[in-house]
Design a binder for this molecule. Structure first.
Ligand SMILES: [Zn+2]
Length: 157
């Protein structure tokens, strides 16, 4: 049985129909994440499928790690978080992808993983809408990150 990987489908859809595309790096693609309570939260998706990041060819792996740095730097400069959280889990989607969460001091749970609050509140519509942030702000959040990536001279595919 062939498993359909949602990230492979998204990567194939570039550039026409990937929602909330932030930046196309040579080895990965950055998209704005769903939970914009953490303004600037992005998901960086490998262009190559693998069960584990350790299964990626060395050039893809090393390139993607550099792209984690570029994207993290831009998020940090744009939103000045107290701390950036870097997470690579793959429990739900087995395709290498990093979650980059800027954590602000105003978040009273900033010492815990963001997933604690998301898991607790995503099935409660009013709380979920707070976590998702205002849809009208997504474009300006993307623009802030893109502007800094351009200023830094980040690599582009
Ligand atoms: Zn995949």
């Amino acid at each position: 049985m062939t498993t359909i990987c949602p990230f492979c489908i998204q990567i194939k859809a570039i550039p026409s129909s990937i929602p909330d595309l932030v930046w196309e790096f040579p080895n990965s693609v950055a998209v704005l994440g769903r939970w914009q309570f953490y303004q600037g939260y992005c998901v960086l998706i490998s262009r190559e499928h693998a069960h584990e990041p350790i299964d990626l060819p060395a050039l893809s792996r090393d390139g993607m790690m550099s792209e984690v740095w570029w994207l993290s730097k831009a998020i940090a400069l744009a939103f000045k978080p107290r701390k950036l959280n870097y997470e690579l889990l793959g429990n739900q989607v087995e395709h290498p992808h990093w979650h980059l969460f800027p954590r602000q001091i105003s978040d009273n749970e900033h010492l815990k993983p963001a997933w604690v609050r998301i898991d607790r509140e995503e099935n409660n519509a009013p709380l979920r809408s707070i976590l998702e942030g205002k849809p009208s702000e997504r474009a300006s959040t993307i623009a802030s990150i893109v502007t800094i990536l351009q200023e830094l001279g980040a690599p582009k595919a």
